[in-house]
Design a protein around this ligand. Structure first.
Ligand code: ADP
Ligand code: ZN
Ligand code: ZN
Length: 840
């Protein structure tokens, strides 16, 4: 029973000063419970939910934890420890964030500590090695110190800073905290510095003119003198005046000033000494300010106008909007209109995108409309930049200014502190990268965004050209409001899609390597007409591997149950599951023959083969390997935009959100590898992927799409050909109904990992039996997954299928306690159990 509001958010001023104060804190650990600490009287003032405190946990470990709630209830089960220090003056985590965390930990069955680890940028989490220093305001009266205390005090004479571990050594004492604590109470030590923050703001030197002592005429005289005696100094002043006028700024960065003036630090220092110029250190934003001109949203076409009205109607009715708009129909333009409106109302906007769709192209497009109101939250950003976005939003939450921030970011942006959220957009809502697979919380950012919007009464719009089965189902059943845009902007036609029957083509000898002659003819035409083409190769099915031509032996990973992928550029074979690398074998390890050949084909191979056939073409590839560096992606996209590349070969990466004017042809090299994959979502993914990649063609003119396939009778291909999402949906829905899969049911997947294969088998069977007692035939399995061993752990999985009428919360509760029981058995200690709610 806690004091205050149900969700724990109480104002410290409502706490009773007569009673003992306690806080429940979240520790950055996967612990099922919150932990209670007592707040010593002198720290009460700073304590409130959302601030970080330093606490001891376990025998010697010190952590920074987050205060979740305050109350007066002493814990019964254990003797309570005290909070060692309070780290923040103001909360770094908001009430709304805690609400989302709580939901997440319950819905996805994980610990609050795990959510905290995912949510807080690591620069806001703190070093656990605690440090103590002398308090400079201590009056050096050591007469009140005990022997132990004096030793510690003395030790700090020789070393400015000590960790608790070191103190422990010096005193030969296991528990030193009481000593440290007492020293703090006596004002001898400082603890607020004991945990060091990793976030360090960046500083710049700003130079300004001392206008008080050097008004215009005085400065003029001085310049005349300097011109002869010290030309470098007069150059500096002149440059300063120029820059100051040009940039309309009273102060100029030191680096820029020296660079532009061609002068040096000595000259600058001389002027600083004379007091002509002044220098000051200022904290610099790492986020680049936008300086260009702002433009208003474009005028919408009548279809977009109608969609905008429909969307606003959905919002008014408090419904989630699902915008089903074909590629290039102007979904982004619609978003811009909606965002503008919300920002003008003083509300914040969150714009979610799959990580790899978060391109410079889109950021630049949005910056033109929103300038420095736009914040970007990116996994490619470093920690400092992430903390800056976080802090800007915290500050924004406290102001009532009429223009707020919008954030564009990938999955983890749902964790940002936005208390004035007015609108969330989830673009490409069908994308599976919204789901975090590992580690916990195994959340889907789209679904979390819906919950977050509901918590804050904010509007939310999901947008896509290829809705997920779940979302479209929700729209047709009235849970969401469906908004449609079925025309491309400016009467542009949908691209012409055709299928190349590869079996046929091979029989008629119309194939060179992996390319049908039909595709090659189209590519030659593109080159002739100076247009551009994109070739899509799915990495998943057909990564290149080595195989002995005599006995079919294939090199496998030593830790995982998969073949190693061949990388020609580095001449090595690598495991895509665990990163294991080795040199390619010179001969077969099974029969000893040296005839080892490369099988399958990846993007690297495609580029090489194609270059031989089209020697004059500029061909580049866009995939995980070529974009690993921060600038790699940007460079390739820019060269393609500038027309330096004719043909771009890529993986999934090229299917997302790219917008190129001159791409007239899209080729899919092997559709079979996408469609024939052993999982129930294979067709849904295949349809999405093929439609999305087709959508890259002809965004300014009528484009063509060629899909090469061996199994041309797949129903999915027929729907892709006709751009018929609805037809595909109905077809697939019938299948899902027949086999009882989502959206007709909910899934919970339980993954078991064990180093011993027999144990993995035995325990997964035992667990299945246990769970069947509770959930009967809703439990399926155990099955051995497609890849059955990863990093030397054997994997088994169970699926629980729940009909939609059943209370999921009840099920989750019983499931959680059953799993905890099961894990507690001593013989099961080596077993790892992972729960994945709504697996993808
Ligand atoms: P989507 O997000 O649906 O793929 P976009 O919003 O990117 O579509 O629009 C496709 C192209 O058409 C973009 O280049 C965009 O600037 C242009 N466009 C869309 N709507 C308009 C409009 N109302 N006026 C002018 N250009 C538009
Ligand atoms: Zn062999
Ligand atoms: Zn491996």
């Amino acid at each position: 029973m806690f004091f205050g509001a149900k969700d724990g958010w109480i104002k410290p001023e409502t706490m009773n000063v007569e009673k003992r104060w306690f806080v429940n804190v979240i520790l950055p650990l996967p612990l099922p419970d919150l932990f209670t600490y007592e707040v010593p009287e002198e720290m009460r003032e700073g304590v409130s939910p959302g601030v970080r405190v330093v606490v001891q946990f376990g025998k010697q470990k010190v952590y920074s934890a987050l205060v979740y709630e305050c109350h007066h209830q002493a814990p019964q089960q254990y003797s309570v420890k005290e909070v060692l220090a309070v780290l923040d003056e103001l909360p770094v985590v908001t009430h709304q964030q805690f609400k989302l965390w709580k939901w997440m930990s319950e819905y996805y069955q994980c610990a609050m500590g795990e959510v905290m680890l995912a949510a807080l940028p690591s620069a806001l989490r703190l070093e656990s090695e605690s440090k103590i220093t002398r308090n400079p305001s201590f009056n050096h009266d050591t007469s009140t110190l005990t022997d132990h205390e004096y030793v510690v005090y003395e030790a700090l004479e020789f070393k400015e800073e000590l960790t608790l571990k070191e103190v422990s050594k010096i005193l030969s004492l296991k528990y030193v905290l009481p000593v440290v604590r007492s020293l703090v109470n006596k004002n001898v030590l400082l603890v607020h510095e004991e945990v060091e923050e990793r976030y360090k703001p960046r500083f710049v030197d700003l130079i300004s003119l001392n206008e008080v002592d050097f008004p215009e005429d005085v400065l003029g005289d001085l310049m005349n003198k300097l011109e002869k005696k010290a030309p470098k100094q007069s150059d500096l002043i002149l440059t300063f005046l120029h820059l100051s006028k040009e940039l309309d700024a009273k102060s100029i960065s030191k680096v820029l000033l020296i660079k532009k003036s061609g002068s040096n630090t000595t000259a600058l220092n001389a002027l600083l000494k004379k007091g002509v110029l002044l220098s000051e250190k200022k904290q610099e934003d790492r986020i680049q300010a936008y300086t260009g001109k702002l433009i208003p949203p474009l005028v919408l076409n009548p279809f977009q106008e109608q969609a905008l009205l429909d969307t606003e109607m959905a919002f008014e009715n408090g419904k989630v909007g699902l915008l089903h708009g074909v590629t290039s129909s102007g979904k982004t333009e619609l978003y811009i209109h909606l965002i503008k409106k919300k920002l003008d109302e003083g509300k914040q906007v969150l714009y979610l995108l799959p990580e790899i769709a978060l391109t410079t192209q889109l950021i630049t497009r949005l910056q033109k409309h929103f300038g420095d109101r736009l914040l970007v939250y990116h996994s490619r950003f470093n920690e400092q930049e992430r903390v800056e976005v976080w802090n800007k939003l915290l500050a924004d939450n406290l102001t009532s200014e009429s223009s707020s921030y919008m954030v564009i970011g990938a999955r983890s942006s749902v964790f940002l502190p936005m208390e004035k959220l007015g609108l969330t957009i989830v673009d490409e809502e069908h994308d599976q990268s919204y789901k975090q697979v590992d580690p916990a919380p195994r959340y889907n950012a789209r679904d979390a965004a819906i919950v977050m919007a509901a918590h804050q009464d904010a509007s939310i719009l999901l947008g896509t050209a290829t809705p997920s089965m779940e979302s479209y189902f929700n729209a047709l059943s009235g849970k969401f409001d469906l908004i449609t845009l079925d025309r491309r902007h400016a009467e542009l036609e949908m691209p012409l899609v055709s299928i190349v029957n590869m079996k046929d083509a091979r029989n008629r000898k119309q194939v060179s390597g992996n390319f049908s002659h039909a595709l090659l003819d189209e590519l030659k035409l593109i080159l002739k007409e100076k247009q551009q083409a994109i070739l899509f190769q799915n990495r998943r099915g057909f990564a290149p591997y080595l195989e002995c031509n005599v006995c079919s032996w294939t090199p496998l990973c030593t830790n995982c149950d998969v073949s190693l992928t061949y990388h020609k550029f580095k001449n090595e074979i690598r495991c895509h599951y665990c990163g294991y690398v080795q040199a390619p074998p010179q001969k077969c390890l099974q029969c000893g023959d040296q005839d080892i050949r490369m099988k399958g084909f990846g993007t690297e191979r495609i580029v090489e083969d194609l270059q031989l056939i089209l020697p004059d073409a500029n061909i580049a590839r866009l995939d995980y390997d070529t974009t690993r560096s921060k600038s790699g992606y940007h460079q390739i996209i820019t060269s393609f935009e500038e027309g330096k590349i004719d043909i771009l070969v890529g993986t999934q990466m090229i299917t997302k959100g790219l917008d190129f004017d001159r791409v007239q042809l899209v080729g899919v090299l092997n559709a079979d590898s996408i469609l024939h994959y052993p999982e129930f979502r294979a067709h849904e993914r295949g349809f999405q992927l093929l439609s999305q990649v087709s959508g890259r063609a002809g965004r300014r003119m009528h484009g063509k799409v060629l899909i090469q396939a061996y199994h041309v009778d797949s129903p999915v291909l027929a729907y892709v050909l006709k751009h018929d999402f609805k037809g595909f949906y109905m077809h697939e829905l019938a299948e899902r109904h027949r086999f009882f899969y989502p959206p007709y049911c909910r899934l919970i997947e339980i993954r078991l990992k064990h180093r011993d294969e027999k144990k993995a088998d035995q325990l997964s069977k035992e667990l299945t039996t246990e769970l069947k007692k509770m959930f009967s035939n809703r439990v399926l399995g155990p099955t051995i997954p497609y890849v059955n061993r990863v990093r030397n752990f054997y994997l088994r999985q169970l699926i629980i299928k729940l009909e939609k009428t059943i209370s999921v919360n009840e099920v989750k509760k019983s499931l959680q306690s059953a799993l905890e029981e099961f894990k507690k058995r001593p013989e099961n200690r080596q077993l790892i159990i992972q729960v994945d709610v709504d697996p993808l």
